[in-house]
Design a protein around this ligand. Structure first.
Ligand code: MG
Length: 162
């Protein structure tokens, strides 16, 4: 297996281990893009999700963010950073900034979709927001990462379908 394939599997597994079902991400892409192109289906949407996850910048962002969530959950980060990430403090913002390194690879459609998904929190994005409320679980980075992956896949699809 080459290094690129290793990183893809590492990022995919990191997401799945945190409870992210990639099918749920594909459903969000489908729902968001249906109004522009009714021909989209989950298989096509999944292809774009996987393609986004095959990008090196995306893999690095996913591995970094998930590692910080896990380290915070295991209380392995130093204070005051630990508390800030555990509480997902409103003014922290580094989680969004990291996630925007994903959307930055896919142009302005990805960025505007990211803002939209972050506010509306449809489907699995909302589930992750609820998960964050569970004691002991930290998904401060995960919710923004999945938001960005869906937004990037929407943009990737839109540019190829248009
Ligand atoms: Mg967050």
């Amino acid at each position: 297996m080459n290094k690129q394939q290793d990183l893809f599997l590492a990022a995919k597994t990191a997401l799945e281990d945190r409870g992210v079902d990639l099918n749920e991400l594909a459903i969000l892409v489908c729902n968001a893009q249906k109004k522009h192109n009714p021909d989209i289906n989950e298989e096509v949407a999944m292809h774009h999700i996987i393609s986004v996850l095959k990008k090196r910048e995306v893999q690095h962002a996913v591995l970094t963010g998930i590692a910080l969530d896990v380290a915070a959950e295991q209380k392995l980060l130093p204070e005051p950073l630990l508390g800030i990430i555990e509480r997902d403090e409103g003014l922290y913002g580094v989680d969004e900034t990291l996630a925007m390194s994903i959307t930055g690879c896919y142009g302005s459609i990805a960025s505007s979709n990211f803002g939209y998904f972050d506010i509306v929190k449809p489907g699995i994005i909302g589930l992750f927001n609820d998960k964050k409320a569970k004691p002991g679980e930290v998904h401060t980075y995960a919710d923004d990462l999945i938001c960005a992956i869906v937004a990037a896949a929407c943009s990737r699809y839109a540019h190829r379908a248009g």
